[in-house]
Design a protein around this ligand. Structure first.
Ligand code: SF4
Ligand code: SF4
Length: 475
């Protein structure tokens, strides 16, 4: 039974007016393209090209490193310049394939497009999604073919299109729903073809009435698809919150959405499913919102993966004021950047450039016991106490008070009048506890085959993917 909202949450200034009314603009990259081999949860992709190779748009340049992994495709034609570590938005150096763009955009020939998935074998649908390198584009990067292959597909009752886009400033899903709603609906039909007992839900926050209307018109003759208007509230697009809002079913950190009979994917991911299944095109583009008060002409761009962030800022007219803070992703859950010399990846939804006015410069002070963080927490936790346990590294109390149920939404930090870094310290503690749990569960390596540090890191990521515990917003 739909609840259409959840308990807790916040109503931050949404900043969406800056970019929401301008149509999506295509960007052609000028400089080199950088493709990190880890743009997803799971094993890194393995390069299948070498320095000096000529490649064309749509050519596979790295194959999946395992089942929980995804291949990567060239998004321009040109020459492989090198394969070397490059910095990504998290600040990490990641092995990357560098392609010098020849500006010709020669492209592979794709098979003829199909108009319907009727008659297409379920295995073939999943194979196409896997081959296209589709991953969760809302931030988590979980390989989509794995998500579409639950143990008991007959128990899936809901395929939920996460059209909430609850993070402030982000408008890429909004523009996609207005400009290409047919692709979203066709992508949903491909998902429903995999789950005979499922209903499709297009779950849109009610601050997007034009999208609700457009999608409702499109699905009026689709008996298996319905549009839900969700209450506008952050973090409505978090996986647990959207499942609860749409179905009344609750999941916790030890469960997967499939345990509650649900599969959740965001708008861009479902459009990528459409392209993979109907057009047999690999994932090569994504929409990125470039906005914030420091940007001269905020808007959405359709961007070739691998394009440098600096070029996106140029396309958006550059800075009209020196930014105080630059963030990749949403302001609540994104990564603050030290610089813009990083590539657009499959999971990069936005580039936000804030001026001093938009960044609160208040220093944290002592807790005044106002309780606002408790009211705001969608996981019904006591962030004030959890943050103290995290700071004191009191693991026992942190776990006893369900610290692992935090969805890292940042609502507590946002509402705290004392500007305490609640979410940040809780997140750090969670990461330590997750790593400990994984280390405990992993079998000890044989002495002569002890893995190297890099392999260890990837194994941990793969384990996270299997467990599906690194849940992120808007997946
Ligand atoms: S970050 Fe965690 S503790 Fe803070 S409001 Fe969100 S779920 Fe609650
Ligand atoms: S919102 Fe901030 S000041 Fe209020 S109880 Fe929570 S931690 Fe303390």
């Amino acid at each position: 039974m739909p609840k259409l909202t959840f308990v807790g949450g916040i109503h931050p200034y949404d900043g969406k007016d800056l970019s929401k009314d301008k149509p999506i603009k295509a960007v052609l990259p000028k400089g080199e393209l950088v493709y990190p081999v880890s743009q997803h949860i799971g094993a890194p992709a393995k390069p299948i090209v070498a320095k000096g190779d000529h490649v064309i748009t749509g050519q596979k340049i790295a194959e999946a490193g395992g089942f929980v992994s995804a291949p990567i495709y060239a998004t321009v034609s040109g020459t492989v310049k090198s394969i070397e570590p490059r910095r990504v938005v998290t600040g990490d150096m990641v092995n990357s394939i560098i392609i010098e763009n020849d500006g010709k955009y020669d492209e592979v020939e794709y098979p003829a497009k199909i108009e319907s998935v009727e008659g297409l074998d379920k295995k073939e649908i999943i194979r196409r999604v896997q081959e296209a390198g589709v991953v969760g584009m809302g931030g988590a990067g979980f390989p989509t073919h794995v998500k579409l292959s639950p143990k008991e597909p007959d128990k899936i009752e809901f395929c939920i299109a996460n059209c909430a886009e609850c993070e402030p400033y982000l408008t890429s899903d909004y523009r996609r729903m207005l400009e290409e709603p047919e692709k979203l609906v066709l992508g949903m039909k491909a998902m429903l073809a995999l789950f005979d007992n499922a209903k499709g839900i297009l779950a849109v926050e009610d601050n997007k009435p034009d999208c609700i209307q457009k999608l409702s018109d499109l699905v009026k003759d689709e008996p298996r698809i319905e549009v839900y208007a969700l209450k506008t509230k952050y973090p409505q697009g978090a996986e647990r919150q959207i499942i609860y809002a749409c179905t009344g079913r609750a999941i916790n950190s030890k469960m997967l959405p499939a345990d509650a009979g649900c599969i959740v994917d965001n708008v861009d991911t479902i459009v990528a499913i459409y392209q993979a299944v109907y057009e047999q095109k690999p994932l090569m583009h994504r929409i990125v919102t470039v906005t914030g008060d420091a940007i001269a002409d905020p808007r959405n761009f359709i961007v070739r993966i691998g394009t440098n962030y600096g070029e996106l800022i140029e396309e958006a007219g550059g800075f009209k004021e020196q930014p105080e803070k630059i963030v990749s992703g949403g302001p609540m859950m994104g990564f603050a950047l030290f610089g813009t010399d990083v590539p657009t990846t499959k999971t990069a939804s936005a580039l936000l450039c804030f001026t001093k006015d938009e960044v609160s410069m208040m220093a944290p002070s002592a807790c005044i016991n106002c309780g606002r963080c408790i009211d705001a927490c969608p996981s019904r936790l006591v962030p004030r106490r959890l943050s103290v346990y995290s700071e004191k590294f009191d693991e026992e109390r942190f776990l006893a008070e369900n610290g692992m149920e935090c969805v890292e939404c940042g609502s507590c930090s946002f509402v705290c009048p004392a500007k305490r870094q609640l979410a940040q310290v809780i997140k750090s503690m969670r990461k330590i506890q997750l790593a400990k749990a994984r280390a405990k569960a992993a079998p000890p390596p044989k002495k002569e085959e002890a893995p190297k540090a890099e392999e260890k890191k990837e194994a941990v990521k793969t384990e996270e993917a299997k467990e599906g515990k690194e849940e992120k917003k808007d997946e």
